[in-house]
Design a protein around this ligand. Structure first.
Ligand code: ASP
Length: 589
């Protein structure tokens, strides 16, 4: 009754067919005798024609159609005189003989086309309208395909999809938990999982050998741009594996997903240690689509009378190829950029390597041409290149330079769309010392194993030894974005107890929170390890986009609000009483 075809499938070969289409009115155009209407559904747009000489009353009706009216139209497919090569149905149109309006529509608050004029909050409030737009439709359909390909690949590798509970006990994984009061257990709360971490480990003890789940995770974090309080992971765990086997398996998954969604064959997945990533790129998730590696300049820049460099723990530079022509204005803008509080550098030094072999720098007062030639040699700068230099405390300065490197690359368009450069970052520190709290934090999470060669040192070593322990942990990074992270886990009660102790748990607290896991380790826990991928982020990265929000059907805004249903919201006082969160409600009996 509603349709014989969809709005994206009719071609010249269908000429002469009698068809029925249903969809939304994208736009109408009135040319006197003829009225044209673009009819849209998920599959495409087809042009309808109404001829007033043929059927005057139908044409009058068509002229009154508003944007987003829902209609059914019946008519004959015919060749268009004025073809539209940008549309798959652009060779044909439908001469409408009969039409019915299935529903009218108010004028939508923003345009429902490829590009929209709607602001973020408006688009989220009317999400059902935004979801009608081509880009969102394609993103959400892409997401469905990515989930399907994930299942296909993992199923073929013997992974079993298991659901784990959403109402669990609070676990420390770095973020704050969302808590849910228990009506039946006064004063007690469930927590929503930050990830299924302990459950997937228990599944390994339970003999499942290979587990995965495409699963919602919940983290009550202060929302930075493009974070969502609920997000999706491809969560995985394997028993009887080494790090190398885990990495090989999930390199396979990443390859499969890129190949079977966008037809891209990923290049090699090099391995880089955490230390090396920081040293060479100033980041533990380096974008290696371009060079501009960090080069230490202490040896050539210090002891020449420039106090700022002399007092610095680190003087570090990057060579920006072919940019000696950077203007004063551009350099000032970069200097302002590194001085922003988010970056926090004090200033920026530059050296221009002129075409004639001479150098022009912002520190010419302190350095001779020979000195600057030495900087150029170390950084690999040639005539026509620009050297940018920062100095200060080592760790901070490396990070600042890493950020500057990205900013310069952005400005120069070096982040080539369609180019994908994956790498594994490995050998993270196990523990981070928190000076203020006077205790260690787990860099990954408390269940991560130290590298095998560090186990004995962890059990017996002193405080300084603990700082140097390496974790059997790894991150998959693509184009500077952390796509996934995981580790080989501790599967031994004694080592897990030791870890909790280092993390500042009393034995009672550890038992209270994780007794179930350590108990399970006493019943033949196999060695195991795993990984979790950020599914929303993966969708965005494969599509070369920055925002995960457009890959989530119903996202929250920066304040963590769902603008459409208006959540969070207050609950009735009597609900609070029932949940033991208030003593008296409005409707007291
Ligand atoms: N549960 C970890 C996370 O959410 C991933 C893992 O270690 O497998 O980051």
């Amino acid at each position: 009754m509603y349709r014989t075809h969809n709005c994206g499938e009719l071609r010249l070969a269908d000429e002469g067919k009698e068809v029925t289409l249903s969809g939304w009115v994208q736009v109408g155009r009135d040319f006197g005798a003829l009225t044209f209407v673009d009819l849209r559904d998920r599959y495409g747009i087809t042009q309808l024609v109404f001829d007033s000489e043929d059927n005057a009353s139908l044409c009058t009706q068509a002229r009154k159609l508003g944007r987003e009216f829902v209609i059914t139209a019946k008519g004959l497919v015919r060749e268009r005189t004025n073809k539209n090569p940008n549309r798959s149905t652009g060779d044909i149109e439908i001469m409408v003989r009969d039409m019915s309006i299935l529903n009218s529509s108010k004028v939508p608050p923003f345009t429902i086309e490829e590009e929209t004029d709607g602001g973020d909050d408006l688009r989220m409030k009317y999400r059902y309208l935004d979801l009608r737009r081509g880009p969102l439709q394609r993103n959400i359909i892409f997401r469905s395909k990515l989930a399907l390909e994930t299942r296909k690949f993992l199923d073929a590798q013997n992974f079993v999809e298991v659901e784990t509970p959403f109402l669990i006990k609070s676990t420390p994984e770095g973020a704050r938990d969302f808590v849910v009061p228990s009506r039946m257990n006064p004063g007690e709360f469930y927590a929503l999982p930050q990830s299924p971490q302990t459950f997937k480990q228990i599944l390994m003890v339970g003999g499942f050998d290979r587990y995965f789940q495409i699963v919602k995770c919940f983290r009550d974090e202060d929302l930075r741009a493009d974070r969502q309080p609920e997000f999706t992971q491809i969560d995985c765990e394997m028993a009887f594996v080494t790090q190398a086997e885990v990495l090989a398996t999930f390199e396979g998954l990443a390859r499969h997903l890129f190949q079977h969604t966008i037809g891209v064959t990923l290049p090699d997945f090099p391995h880089m240690t955490y230390d090396e990533a920081l040293r060479r790129y100033g980041s533990d998730k380096p974008d290696v689509r371009f060079d501009m590696e960090l080069i230490d300049l202490n040896a050539v820049a210090q002891n020449k009378g420039f106090a700022i460099f002399d007092q610095a723990e680190l003087v570090v530079g990057i060579c920006v190829k072919g940019q000696a022509e950077y203007t004063r204005k551009q350099l000032d803008a970069l200097t302002e950029w590194v001085k922003r509080p988010q970056i926090g550098a004090k200033g920026l030094v530059y050296v221009k390597c002129n075409a004639d072999g001479s150098y022009k720098s912002s520190v010419d007062k302190f350095y001779h041409q020979d000195d600057l030639a030495a900087w150029a040699q170390l950084t690999g700068a040639e005539a026509g290149d620009l050297i940018l230099v920062l100095s200060g405390e080592e760790e901070k300065t490396r990070k600042q330079m890493g950020d500057l490197r990205l900013e310069v690359a952005r400005n120069l368009g070096l982040m080539t769309p369609g180019v994908f450069k994956p790498l594994w970052v490995v050998d993270f520190p196990l523990l981070e010392w928190d000076e203020d709290a006077g205790r260690f934090h787990a860099m990954h999470h408390p269940f991560t194993s130290p590298k095998r060669e560090d186990v004995q040192r962890m059990l017996t070593g002193d405080h300084e030894t603990m700082k140097a322990l390496r974790a059997d942990a790894y991150d998959l990074v693509i184009n500077g974005v952390e796509i996934g992270g995981g580790s080989i886990r501790i599967h031994d009660r004694e080592l897990q107890e030791r870890n909790f102790k280092l993390l500042g748990f009393t034995p009672e607290d550890a038992e209270d929170q994780f007794g179930f896991l350590m108990g399970a380790f006493e019943y033949g826990a196999p060695p195991h390890g795993g990984i979790a991928f950020g599914f929303d982020r993966l969708c965005a990265v494969i599509n070369g986009q920055n925002s995960i929000r457009d890959f989530i059907a119903f996202p929250k805004n920066n304040q963590g609000r769902d603008m459409m249903i208006d959540a969070p919201s207050p609950v009735a006082p009597e609900q609070l009483v029932e949940l033991h969160l208030a003593l008296t409600g409005k409707k007291e009996k």
